[in-house]
Design a protein around this ligand. Sequence first.
Ligand SMILES: Nc1ncnc2c1ncn2[C@@H]1O[C@H](COP(=O)(O)OP(=O)(O)OP(=O)(O)O)[C@@H](O)[C@H]1O
Ligand SMILES: [Mg+2]
Length: 210
Amino acid sequence: MFIVFEGIDGTGKTTQVNLLARALSGRGLPVLVTREPGGTAAAEAIRRLLLDPAGESLEPLTEVLLYAAARAQHVARKIRPALAAGRVVLCDRFADATLAYQGFGRGLEIGALAGLNALAAGGLVPALTFLLDMPPAEALARLKRPADRMEREGIEFYRQVRRGYLELAAREPGRYRVIDARPAAGTVHGLVLAAVEEMLHETVCRFSRA
Ligand SMILES: Nc1ncnc2c1ncn2[C@@H]1O[C@H](COP(=O)(O)OP(=O)(O)OP(=O)(O)O)[C@@H](O)[C@H]1O
Ligand SMILES: [Mg+2]
């Protein structure tokens, strides 16, 4: 089972991935936590290139190809093997981040990006995607660390990215769960866990009927 957390910076993705991992591990499920860009040594090296605020400024196309390269490595070397071994994979961002940031945010053509994503991910689609949603000003105010290269974008950029995510979620209501990210982390976690339990329950029922 492949579960992804999306949302603009500061909405609590990493917090929620960790809380869910703890809850599922506590129930005896084998869990793998990973993130994008990154997840393997080569993909983490690409991450550093992408997010280093002191680095050379990147052309939008260069940026999107680097994300795709990191994703191809991550899916083939880490995510697919873990899924094949029966683990629940929790991923902090995935392919829809490319559509939201580079497509809706930077204005690259969405259809072309979707094609690139399908190629990089080898057709892998999450079973469930959580969109942690809240206004950008509040989300960015939560970040206490220094801004990375993406975060130096203005607030209007993040408004577009948020709009993009909401549109993606509206297009695929079966896969997406949009969650208000403003309440306390424990409250958000309760909603996340309920949705995962519902999906696990459906999966078990489907298997027992088969
Ligand atoms: N529900 C919440 N309410 C208030 N603060 C929160 C909540 N969830 C997380 N935080 C805090 O907000 C900050 C950002 O959270 P977190 O790192 O989980 O977000 P993120 O979406 O992973 O951000 P990024 O995209 O930058 O990686 C952290 O300091 C975290 O402790
Ligand atoms: Mg994070």
